[in-house]
Design a protein around this ligand. Structure first.
Ligand code: G6Q
Length: 547
């Protein structure tokens, strides 16, 4: 029996039997049996439309998956999250990103304290600051208005802001430059600053802990760059640096006035923080009103997740189908394919959200799981991907469930190009589901020897997610959809979707190697032979360079 009893549970066993019975049934057969699938297996919420009919699943599959969710306490756990319970058990923290988008009149109590007023106090301070910068009232050290914003952060303190800036560029101040520095590779900082005037540049240093090596290193580089360009007067720091953090003490030590600090709380996980003050660069780009529209989109999906019955609940359906493929079909990955160029960083953002959350091998009680947990998420915008990796999805040997994301309207209408974009999205989901039979290939006059090569089996499952338009609101709803889908999956697997001990390990590892690389007199390093040889090789090159 598995540590959590998941495999042995009646709900899981019923699904296993159902999978046996269904295995081999094609999507063609499923659509023939129920021709109305395309209008029946759909759900709507928070402005998003989900068509899940092209999945290797029947109404019975969905009923059994919902029964599994109930038996695993998914809905009780969801309610516990919204209530502010400490459901991040290994860090003993509440998980309250939903409070970041709660309306002013809502009450969410953590340790006897309603956190919603604090959330709005920070939002109001962010808005006042953004207005000052955007209007030109906030001046740099030499009196010039700010025209460039560089957000420095990494992981959860970077991927959300980058994705949101790219996604909402259409709504952003085009006369301002927004850049993001994350990598400790000095190239990232050098390229971000090379053509900018320090007098017009504001750095937003984003770090929940304010101790992260990459971010602190880049923030020091930015400080040096700024002071060097502005004549060395330390007073410049107050005009060109603001911080977003939970750690006021470290912010103060760095030299940023804590009056220029925007806080958040330990109940906001890094990868769930783009709608906290970590989104300050987003607000500077699109303005406070649109930022609030984005929060409203998040909140609309929160309400939908909380209140809608499971059979019409978008994140629940998406999460359950992900479990279905991951655990019963053995699918190892999920492709996310936005047909929107503005969403080009969305798959990278989702990779962190999904894989850092559900890449876990022990249950909440510490036993090793005996079922697969979080799949690998990846993707690229369509139609570009169609000309490369889609080949493997259509005709390879692996099952890769795909999420297609599209919009009814273009933000940049140009002739009939948007029709072409959406025609491709729709045609791909059709081709993946139904393929091309030998008879169809032969009917095209294909010579017999070529027929097997041109046959597409179909049966490749897809979800289609549509929204009217890419707006701050729809982006918020889309991100919250995936946040809650991740939650649903993690609750079924009984894992802690909100810790990240593997990432923490990464934060510690380099600290031992750093001095060993730098000190040529250091005795033989004490690692394995491969690591020792790599250190010696780099050290020799470094010594040769400096000598
Ligand atoms: C997010 C992760 C991780 C984190 C970064 C940055 O959930 O824990 O990606 O966001 O390591 O951490 P700081 O914000 O503390 O610098």
């Amino acid at each position: 029996m598995s540590p959590s009893g998941l495999r042995a549970s009646p709900a899981w066993q019923a699904l296993a039997r159902h999978w046996q019975a269904l295995n081999g049934t094609t999507l063609r057969q499923l659509f023939d049996a129920r021709p109305d699938r395309g209008t029946r297996m759909v759900a709507e919420g928070a402005g998003l439309y989900l068509d899940y009919s092209k999945n290797l699943a029947t109404g019975e599959t969905l009923r059994l998956l919902q029964a599994l969710a109930r038996s695993r306490g998914v809905f009780a756990r969801r309610d516990a999250m919204f209530r502010g319970d400490r459901i991040n058990e290994t860090e003993r923290r509440a998980v309250l990103h939903v409070a970041l988008r709660a309306p002013r009149n809502e009450r969410i109590v953590v340790d006897g304290k309603d956190v919603v007023p604090e959330v709005h106090e920070v939002l109001d301070r962010m808005a006042a600051f953004s207005d000052k910068v955007r209007s030109g009232a906030w001046r740099g050290h030499s009196g010039k208005p700010i025209r460039n914003v560089i957000s420095i952060g990494i992981g959860g303190s970077d991927l959300g802001p980058v994705m949101a800036y790219e996604a909402l560029k259409h709504y952003s101040r085009r006369d301002m430059t927004f850049r993001f520095v994350s990598n400790v590779d000095p190239t990232d900082f050098a390229e971000a600053t090379r053509d900018l005037d320090a007098e017009e540049t504001l750095f937003v240093v984003c770090s929940k802990t304010f101790t992260t090596l990459e971010t602190l290193t880049n923030a020091h580089a930015a400080r040096d760059w700024c002071l060097h360009k502005l004549g060395g007067d330390e007073a410049a720091v107050a005009k060109h640096f603001v911080a977003v953090s939970t750690n006021a003490e470290e912010v103060g030590k760095f030299g940023i006035d804590t009056a220029n600090m925007f806080g958040f709380w330990d109940w906001v996980g890094g990868r769930y923080s783009m709608d906290s003050a970590i989104g300050l660069s987003t607000m500077l780009a699109i303005g406070p009103d649109r930022f609030r529209d984005m929060l409203a989109g998040f909140h609309a999906m929160d309400v939908h997740f909380r209140r809608t019955p499971a059979d019409r609940n978008l994140p629940v359906l998406l999460g359950l189908l992900a479990v279905w493929y991951n655990d019963f079909f053995g699918a190892q990955t999920v492709a996310v394919l936005p047909y929107a160029q503005y969403l080009k960083r969305f798959p990278a953002y989702l990779q962190q959200l999904t894989m850092e959350s559900n890449g876990k091998h022990v249950t909440l009680s510490g036993g090793r799981v005996d079922y697969p947990t979080g799949p690998v998420y990846w993707g690229e915008p369509g139609t570009n991907g169609q000309h490369s990796f889609y080949q493997l999805i259509h005709q390879g040997t692996r099952l890769i469930p795909c999420d297609f994301i599209g919009f009814m309207r273009s933000l940049n209408p140009l002739g009939d190009q948007h029709d072409l974009l959406m025609a491709n999205l729709i045609a791909q989901t059709e081709a993946l589901a139904f393929g091309k039979t030998p008879a169809q290939v032969r009917a095209e006059g294909t010579p017999e020897w070529l027929v097997p090569h041109r046959v597409c089996e179909g049966n490749r499952p897809t979800n289609t997610i549509l929204a009217e338009n890419l707006t701050p609101h729809s982006l918020g709803a889309l991100v919250a959809l995936y946040e809650h889908s991740v939650f649903t999956q993690g609750a079924i697997w009984n894992i802690d979707s909100f810790d990240q001990w593997g990432v923490e390990l990464g934060k510690q590892l380099a600290s031992k190697v750093i001095p060993q690389l730098r000190d040529p007199m250091d005795p033989e390093p004490d690692h394995d032979s491969s690591t020792n040889a790599l250190i010696r090789r780099y050290r020799a090159a470094r010594t040769a360079r400096s000598g």
